[in-house]
Design a protein around this ligand. Structure first.
Ligand code: ZN
Ligand code: MN
Length: 470
């Protein structure tokens, strides 16, 4: 029997950098501004207009390169990537080709089953094209549209491109990698990386091969995906279609494909350009970028702890799933703050993900004084605990008034009350002893009423059972 097929996936991820101005001119970047209000001779490609690189965008690219353990180039070169499209008035995109800012790196991908390491091939800096809007027709695409308009506000937005090695082996793993890479980009503070707004897009390269086979078969490129769910489904569809084609002995050519969520199938978009088609050459209007060593060292100091490392660090005390939830919400920073102030780790994770979410409490605003209440949670009546949670974000929050309402768990204090309740309800006592233990709740309710809700229900339950069985 022929061996099984395995999936081979690599990603090319584009993220808009959140600089104040565009990559090669001083036009402001503003998402959602009125069309064609942020343009100038440079980003409209007027003849003779010269590009000036945005220094902050270069720093941001190096920052991310450091977070991905990339080699930072001492000498990087901008290159022209030539192609025609109405949203590209220069007739070329300024990108980086043979000498990118960030070279080979690696990415820690923690999973419930252990660590995976995903290779990073490169990360480089380029500019985005303008935005074409197709109007009329049913599909919103150029085919069948009545007319098309171009909004040049986006043209020249600094764009970071990250290329992964083809190291991903399942749709689930590819989506998890992309989510964690997105979190890294966000945490480094260089982009909102929001797929819905188009500030994060991914091209997905998919091929298949027999398990144990050396090398790679031709791949399909699925361009400009902007939904985690559809990326996962498109990868699975590509796997099915390629295996089918290989087994039928059909030719599987390297091409660009579109994914249609309605049919759950990929259809060929166009045959893939080779790099030759772009006629890359060094951008003659820009000098090479040579980041000084001191700059790189300063930026190295600004790289925050990476999400994969954070998951691994807190996992032992809260479990893998909880660690992922905390890191992907960014609440692990609040978790760290509360645990450092003495709160128990597992309990803190639960309070963050359950109680704070239910009460719509922003974890970042929680006063560390609240830790004292967390430590006594078991002995606080439910209502007192809820009130403390609701008040926890106050800068003047004090634990003492809540702790003063600690549940009564002192047996010598509770026993006389329990005896009085039992003596007052002989009929119910008979019912319990006759086997209907559900009546226990009645007695608990009576004791809670007698103590104005301050009795510890666990102790009350235990004492009642002892008395009733005795
Ligand atoms: Zn401009
Ligand atoms: Mn690109």
């Amino acid at each position: 029997m022929a061996s099984e097929w395995e999936l081979v996936v690599g990603l090319e991820v584009h993220a808009h950098l959140k600089t104040r101005t565009k990559m090669f001119c001083r036009c402001a970047l503003e998402y959602g501004a009125a069309e064609n209000t942020h343009t100038c001779p440079v980003c409209l490609a007027h003849p003779g207009a010269l590009p000036v690189p945005n220094g902050r965008a270069i720093e941001m690219t190096i920052l991310l390169g450091l977070a991905l353990d990339c080699e930072i180039a001492g000498h990087a070169v901008f290159a022209r990537k030539n192609y025609f499209y109405p949203d590209l008035p220069k007739g070329y995109q300024i990108s980086q080709y043979e000498e990118p800012l960030c070279g080979v790196g690696r990415f820690l991908l923690p999973t419930a089953g252990g660590d995976r390491e995903i290779g990073i091939v490169r990360a480089h800096l380029e500019e985005d094209a303008a935005k074409t809007v197709h109007a009329g027709g049913a599909t919103g695409r150029s085919v069948g549209a009545d007319y098309s308009l171009v909004d040049f506000n986006r043209g020249g937005t600094p764009l970071l491109e990250i290329v992964s090695a083809p190291d991903l082996r399942s749709a689930e793993e590819a989506v998890w990698f992309l989510r964690l890479l997105r979190q890294t980009i966000v945490d480094v503070g260089i982009s909102d990386a929001d797929m819905e707004k188009g500030t994060l897009r991914a091209d997905v390269n998919v091929s298949v091969r027999r398990v144990g086979e050396e090398g790679f078969r031709p791949r399909w490129e699925i361009k400009n995906m902007n939904s985690f769910r559809f990326i996962g489904r498109a990868i699975e569809a590509a796997f099915r279609q390629q295996v089918e084609a290989h087994e039928a002995g059909e030719d599987v050519a390297q091409s660009t494909y579109d994914y249609d969520p309605d049919t759950d199938r990929l259809t060929v978009h166009r045959s893939k350009e080779e790099a030759d088609d772009y006629r890359y050459f060094p951008e003659p209007d820009l000098v090479p970028v040579e980041p000084p060593a001191e700059l790189v060292e300063r930026l190295r100091g600004e790289v925050p702890e990476r999400p994969g490392d954070r998951i691994r660090r807190i996992e032992p005390s809260v479990g893998f799933e909880r660690a992922v939830e905390l890191v992907m919400t960014g609440w692990d920073l609040d978790f760290d703050r509360l645990v450092a102030a003495g709160a128990p780790p597992a309990g803190t994770a639960n309070v963050l993900m359950n109680d704070f979410v239910a009460a719509e409490v922003q974890p970042g605003a929680v006063n560390v004084e609240f830790v004292k209440v967390m430590a006594q949670r078991e002995s606080l009546p439910r209502e007192v605990w809820n009130n403390a949670v609701a008040a926890s974000t106050s800068s003047t929050f004090l634990a003492a008034p809540f702790l003063a309402q600690t549940a009564v768990s002192d047996e010598s204090e509770l026993e006389p009350i329990i005896d009085a309740v039992l003596a007052a309800n002989p009929g119910q006592v008979e019912t319990f002893r006759g086997g209907k233990e559900g009546v226990l709740g009645f007695f608990v309710g009576q004791v809670m009423r007698e103590t104005q809700g301050k009795a510890d229900p666990k102790v009350v339950n235990r004492l009642l059972r002892e008395r009733l069985r005795g």
